[in-house]
Design a protein around this ligand. Structure first.
Ligand code: CMP
Length: 136
């Protein structure tokens, strides 16, 4: 039996700034994802800190939050069967230099920080992240 799953995707400031949003959205659509909801926003630093709070203890946390709040981003709810894992496959490894050929981060990522896209890593986090951006 198959069922549709949702995941949260972000097109990060480096990709929005380079006008890659439409190309990246096409990648999702080509790979069977429906963009159920989307909005373009700019986070304040404290909002980025809240979004990435699971990384609070990491040495890169402060830079990560400054970066995510440095410019407009596009947040989306993506839907398809097995969306969370399929999106992670499509994005590729966190570090673009280690990402497989054909993945979004390999094609468009600049560095481990400016890696163009974020995607939820588990069903629990998908729910938390979707609620973070789309709860009315
Ligand atoms: P993302 O999937 O958005 O989740 C956390 C982000 O931290 C990650 O993508 C990277 O852009 C960023 N990051 C920066 N340095 C590191 C690192 N050393 N290991 C993992 N993620 C890192």
């Amino acid at each position: 039996m198959s069922s549709t799953e949702q995941t949260l995707s972000i097109i990060k400031p480096d990709a929005v700034e380079r006008n890659l949003s439409e190309k990246i959205k096409e990648e999702f659509k080509k790979n069977g994802f429906n963009i159920f909801k989307e909005k373009k926003i700019k986070l304040e630093k404290n909002e980025a800190e809240k979004f990435y709070q699971v990384h609070q203890s990491k040495p890169f946390y402060n830079d990560l939050c400054s970066y995510l709040s440095s410019g407009p981003i596009i947040v989306m709810i993506l839907e398809r069967e097995n969306a969370i894992l399929e999106n992670r496959e499509l994005m590729g490894a966190t570090d673009p230099t280690k990402a497989k050929e054909g993945t979004i981060r390999k094609k468009y990522g600049i560095s481990i920080d400016k890696n163009s896209v974020h995607g939820s890593d588990s069903p629990d986090n998908a729910k938390i992240e979707i609620d973070f951006f789309f709860k009315d």
